[in-house]
Design a protein around this ligand. Structure first.
Ligand SMILES: CC(C)(C)CCc1c(C(=O)O)[nH]c(=O)[nH]c1=O
Length: 309
């Protein structure tokens, strides 16, 4: 069962990890991920100060996935810096996700991470809110350019970004052109939940979650094709960057698809929320079984080797 791989020069025992936001808000969840069979882990996107997040119900399981409008509930960035200080980096790499409410908040958090000399790897959540009334940063290409310039100037180490899905080839081209101008952006995590979906309970004739009149991010089976497309689109357009795949993973076959599409690491969100950290045992076994059946001894043999017809 050799699922070892490398990411940003770091050895991993498995290409699997959690998606930010799932099973990573508080210490007992973070400790469970550290003890799990995941090859890496990431903290919940944090803000400068602690947040309660949105009123519940704010997450709902769907027939083929999930809908959520959590509202960035988190313990505040210092809490996760304290965890990062305790983390055993020999055991597995730790990613540190931030989603500041303003550019200044992001710069303040980045400065504190910089000063903490932590080996954690920064993942900048670009679904973080922009000026109210404007699109999220990743969909506001001017704001995207500005934040990457500012963070690149403020942070001396390589970092990565978490992107929402794009649905237009011209957008893949435009965003990749921006990203390729920032060599410190060493990896791209595709995708965050598909924004502002809506699901309905026909018995009560109501929406399923309380915030935003029921509108929320969609995860799970529904998003796999979109996730694979975004992974492969940026894998092809950003040859000097690594890709982390996220979206629609609940079996070893899905993990294999993400790796084939170009992902170096594969994150699990909705399925982890439903199954818990033991899911990494199952996914590792299922991936190893597929590799064995195909005669692959290492992930490198097939990673990014998706063929067109
Ligand atoms: C959507 C934001 C609240 C702006 C960021 C945090 C976040 C959340 C959340 O905390 O609601 N949910 C997601 O599926 N993805 C996210 O990136």
């Amino acid at each position: 069962l050799d699922l070892s791989t490398f990411f940003l020069g770091r050895p991993l025992t498995s290409p699997l990890m959690n998606a930010s936001g799932v099973w990573c808000n508080v210490n007992n969840q973070l400790n469970a991920l550290a003890e799990s069979k995941a090859g890496a882990m990431v903290t919940k996107s944090c803000t400068l100060l602690r947040r309660n997040g949105n009123p519940e119900p704010r997450y709902h399981t769907l027939a083929m996935g999930s809908i959520n409008s959590m509202g960035l509930p988190n313990e505040g960035h210092q809490y996760y810096l304290d965890y990062a200080e305790r983390h055993d980096y020999e055991n597995k790499p730790l990613f540190f996700s931030i989603a500041g409410l303003t550019l200044d908040d992001n710069l303040t958090m980045v400065a504190q991470i910089q000063d903490a000399y932590t080996p954690a790897i920064l993942e900048l959540n670009l679904s973080c809110p922009n000026v109210p009334g404007k699109a999220q940063i990743a969909y506001d290409f001017e704001a995207l350019d500005v934040i990457l310039a500012e963070i690149s100037a403020a942070y001396s180490r390589p970092f990565g970004i978490k992107l929402p899905p794009y649905f237009d080839i011209a957008h893949f081209d435009e965003v990749a052109e921006i990203l390729n101008r920032y060599e410190k952006v060493s990896f791209i995590t595709c995708i965050n939940s598909i924004g502002n979906g809506l699901m309905i309970d026909i018995n009560s004739e109501t929406v399923l979650i309380k915030p935003k009149e029921g509108f929320g991010g969609i995860g799970g089976d529904y998003v796999l094709p979109t996730a694979l497309a975004n992974v492969n689109a940026f894998y092809q357009r950003c040859p000097k960057k690594s890709i982390i795949g996220c979206g629609g993973v609940s079996t070893g076959e899905h993990v294999f698809m993400h790796l084939l599409a170009g992902a170096g690491i594969v994150q699990v969100g909705t399925a982890l929320y439903e199954e818990g950290p033991e899911i990494f045992v199952r996914l590792n076994i299922e991936l190893a079984k597929i590799m064995k059946e195909k005669g692959y001894k290492t992930i490198r043999e097939f990673q990014g080797k998706l063929k067109t017809i």
